[in-house]
Ligand binder design. Structure first.
Ligand SMILES: [Zn+2]
Length: 275
């Protein structure tokens, strides 16, 4: 399994790769770690591995299902968040999820549910979840994203495999600027030169990481600067200017709470006109 988005966390990568090659992936995981530790990237890779139809290592990152999962448009992958910003998932939402889980998958062999802030669900929501973990249909898989797995009932934890991500080291200011420049450089190069798949992989790796709105906007600003500089140096102007126009539009979306993963998908769709 290609888990390159998990830059650190070597032992976790090994364990999942072995699991994928051996008895197959589990039907329920708790993915815990602080914001910015790559929980969503890992969840996406796991969902892709579960739905991948490629040969060999999964997720292959190339087949139709993998691309749909990476773009966030696979009909058999659902993300459940609380009813309002900052509110935990409710028992009613878990019941609705249960009803949905019994409807067979649309396209794939499995249905994957990603539950945000699972550790903040109250006891009744968690108990409803427990039932689903115990008796849900065999094709359903659940990825519980948690800040702290300790917030989940022991009964729920015992039904899941736990994947604990260690936080990325918090960079100090100068390092943060440097890191932002390096990321923008990588993405600007991909926008200028890469094919669709490579661009998608690069933009997901760079953008689909939990960041504050301000950081995401700063990254897009840096990207716009680099695209302008590349165009001035006489690169592929047609692609660079198209990229620049898209980045400026998406910069506005970033301030409206759109996440980096969606922006990555839109960027590729905009460059290659596939959506
Ligand atoms: Zn695949």
């Amino acid at each position: 399994m290609d888990l390159s988005p998990l830059s650190g966390n070597e032992r976790l990568k090994d364990r999942l790769s072995r699991q994928e090659r051996g008895r197959g992936l589990s039907h329920a995981y708790i993915i815990s770690g602080p914001a910015g530790s790559g929980r969503h990237g890992l969840a996406r890779q796991l969902a892709a591995a579960m739905l991948c139809t490629g040969q060999g290592e999964r997720p292959c990152g190339r087949c139709g299902p993998c691309l749909k999962v990476l773009k966030g448009v696979h009909p058999d992958v659902s993300t459940v968040t609380g009813p309002e910003e900052g509110k935990p998932i409710t028992v009613d939402q878990v019941r609705a999820l249960r009803a949905d889980a019994y409807i067979r998958p649309n396209e794939g062999e499995r249905k994957v549910y990603l539950l945000e802030g699972a550790d903040r669900m109250n006891a009744s929501a968690q108990n409803a979840m427990l039932k689903l973990l115990e008796e849900g249909p065999p094709y359903a898989a659940f990825l519980l994203i948690a800040g702290n797995a300790g917030g989940l009932l022991q009964t729920v934890r015992s039904r899941c495999e736990e994947l604990t991500l260690t936080p990325a080291v918090e960079p100090v200011n100068g390092e943060r600027d440097q890191e932002r420049r390096a990321l923008a450089e990588k993405l600007a190069a991909a926008l200028e030169k890469s094919g669709e798949l490579e661009l998608l992989e690069t933009s997901v790796a760079v953008l689909d990481v939990k960041r504050s709105r301000e950081e995401l906007s700063a990254l897009l600003d840096e990207l716009a600067d680099q695209l302008t500089a590349r165009a001035a140096r006489g690169g592929d102007r047609r692609r660079l200017l198209r990229g620049l126009e898209l980045v400026k539009k998406l910069r506005g979306a970033a301030m409206l709470n759109v996440n980096g993963g969606q922006i990555a998908g839109w960027l590729c769709a905009g460059m290659f006109g596939t959506l």
